[in-house]
Design a protein around this ligand. Sequence first.
Ligand SMILES: O=C(O)CCC(=O)C(=O)O
Length: 268
Amino acid sequence: MSHTFEHIVPLADGTSLFFPHFCRDLGINADALYEAAVDMPWIERDQPFMRYRGNVLKRQLFFVHVNQRGENTLPKYPGFQYETMQHYVDTKDTRTAFITYLSKCLSDVFGFHANHVIGTQYSTASDFIGPHSDRPSDLCPRSWIVSISLGDQRDFVLKERTPEEQECWLEKNDVSGEDPYVNFLGRTHERITLTHGSAVLLSTTTNSRWTHEVLPAGPMPIYDSRISLVFRDIQTLVEKTQIEKRITSSQQQKQCRLEAKNMAMRLA
Ligand SMILES: O=C(O)CCC(=O)C(=O)O
């Protein structure tokens, strides 16, 4: 595959990159990708197992497992409940052909071998993802988080953590998703517009030191939504035979917490 990129913008600490014309430069039809992505089996956001810390997500998702290292494992994406692992779309499903194709492009062009893809659809103006970093221990060291943008444009903001916040967050190391440790007032930040067919390559270094987020929509939507395809190489793999056991065990823990809370309320 030929890959001369006309325009590459360094981001944040300089270890991450923005490719404004990623699809065009690689000769990929971004409109066709958008249409293929719309046809994916999106998981209803109001299903109980899709809740994040009890809240309905402000976006809709699908999960794909690509480049399987072993038939018997699945990558566990942090922050989501074990039950979501029963909703991976298999690459044998012909609807995922465009994902397999993109994953091969990433491997040919950047030597990056993703094993996990999340499709995210922001379909109302108020859909967004708040400031967060991906949990470093789940990502293969020195890998990328590659986000390909399709459809309506959205602004993407990177905000630098102070050294104290980085330390606190890395020590805690159980936070993925909206991050309670950061006070963003006066923070060094960078804002770019993610246009149709563009891509961000976020390094694991930037991910640890900066948060990233996608803002609610601005004016003038052209498509019905923005869709991102985020490719990661996840190192936390779970044996398929263990998934049901883990679902049962986490449901039991949730039930115990609920009973303890009810008991505390009755006694108060
Ligand atoms: O939609 C995007 O481009 C980014 C999504 C994201 O940050 C995430 O899934 O953690």
